[in-house]
Design a binder for this molecule. Structure first.
Ligand SMILES: [Zn+2]
Length: 424
């Protein structure tokens, strides 16, 4: 039967795929379907992206609104990290569900087949690929099989983020998942070059080595697929990234600004809660229909560090729900200046009280900046003609493309199966 293999190189910007740092991807891009206008979702964070790749839906429909989210667990809204291993359970307890849309794993399981995901990023980003346990999700914080049965530690994975962990995970993915278990959908999520990009300058020697390592891992997967499917038609191979990165300029302490402006009771108050998402932020309100929403929106209009603000019904324009506690979304002001290594694109970020480190000069993402909204997407096999595809594509098109290849329905998704021939 047909199979799909998906590899995500976290944070790899399309313009940083160069012959010197990514020789395999450069060559592979020439011989596959290359989507030149591929974009991320908003917020352009890994956890939101994982949910959108898994469901084929925008955050408005799947409900996972960022790397952080405000939840009311009984004592008012509090901002929590979605990346923590227990967030999935806390979300389920507080709201009665996880994602609001079915995942690839659920849809494939309905046809008696399975999805196996290996993820070397945060536990939250891993678990939201399949939060209700229809298939298998492997992550160093704990791995789960069907029914969310915990995989014994000795059968799980114990790798760290970064080059060595990605390499070990890729080898096991190729041998165990692709060669032996051969599920209908196999997904590998690499931590690089995101992991290194967050603590080194973009384009620095360390960041470029991280890109080299991701390139080597994709090569190993591609070679394994070639061995397993000489025809190149039975296995659909999708390789891409979830988003890109901008270089961090200024860090804005939005909580303090709101308190000083008299719009928020205290840093930890629940009246308005800032959920920072790198170069973006969502603002949650304990009374989503109250006057405070308008007061905060007018204050934000006066702030020169804001790129764009989306309030109330305008949230629908960027794929966010309009009827939730989150009533304002911000993308911070980007600019095209290059950094010391010649990599263009800077943006301000919102200070994250959960992780208050100084990231000035390093990579970050979350917003609508040109470079963070510039992931790459190459597709090979499954009838895709090589060439440059200029139609707009998005992360939400990946799941329907995989399902069409498997002969399954794509009903109820925001994304569309990608066309298999470039339009003139
Ligand atoms: Zn990241």
């Amino acid at each position: 039967m047909n199979r799909a293999v998906i590899v995500i190189c976290d944070s790899l910007r399309a313009d940083l795929i160069t012959p010197s740092d990514a020789p395999f991807l450069t060559e592979f891009g020439r011989h596959s379907a290359r989507f030149a206008n591929h974009c991320s979702v908003f917020p352009s964070t890994t956890r939101t992206s994982a949910a959108s790749i898994a469901t084929g839906c925008l955050p408005a429909r799947h409900g996972l609104l960022g790397n952080t989210m405000a939840l009311d667990e009984g004592d008012g809204l509090v901002c929590l990290s979605v990346g923590k291993p227990d967030f999935r359970d806390r979300l389920h307890r507080a709201t009665g569900r996880t994602l609001h849309a079915p995942t690839l794993a659920e849809r494939v399981r309905g046809a008696g087949e399975t999805v196996i995901a290996f993820s070397n990023v945060s536990p939250g980003a891993a678990y939201f690929l399949d939060p209700d346990g229809f298939g298998w999700v492997y992550n160093s914080a704990g791995s789960f099989g069907p029914g969310r049965r915990l995989v014994p530690a000795e059968e799980g994975i114990a790798v760290s983020k970064g080059e060595a962990g990605d390499a070990a995970l890729t080898e096991r993915f190729c041998d165990e998942v692709l060669r032996q278990r051969s599920p209908a959908v196999a997904l590998l999520w690499l931590s690089e070059p995101d992991y290194t990009g967050h603590h080194t300058p973009l384009g620095s020697p360390a960041h470029r080595r991280a890109i080299v390592s991701a390139d080597k891992n994709v090569r190993l997967v591609a070679e394994t697929i070639d061995e397993l499917d000489r025809s190149g038609e039975r296995i659909l191979f999708i390789v891409g990234s979830d988003h890109g990165m901008e270089t961090v300029d200024k860090t804005i302490d939005l909580d303090s600004l709101l308190v000083e402006a008299g719009l928020k009771g205290a840093a930890a108050s629940s009246d308005v809660v800032v959920a920072p998402n790198g170069t973006a932020a969502l603002l949650y309100f304990s009374d989503p229909e109250g006057a405070l929403v308008g007061h905060v929106a007018r204050f934000l209009d006066t702030q020169d560090w804001v790129g764009r603000a989306f309030v109330g019904n305008a949230l629908a324009e960027i794929g966010l729900p309009t009827g939730s506690a989150a009533q304002i979304a911000l993308t911070l002001k980007p600019d095209d200046r290059a950094n010391a290594h010649g990599v263009p694109g800077h943006s301000h970020i919102v200070r994250d009280a959960l992780e208050p480190k100084d990231c000035t000069g390093f990579g970050q993402h979350g917003g609508l900046g040109r470079n963070e909204q510039r992931p790459f997407l190459f597709v090979a096999g499954g009838g895709f003609a090589p060439g440059t595809y200029r139609d707009r594509s998005s992360l939400v098109d990946i799941a329907p493309t995989a399902l069409r290849h498997l002969g399954l329905s794509v009903a109820g998704m925001d994304g569309q199966p990608l066309t298999r021939h470039p339009t003139a």
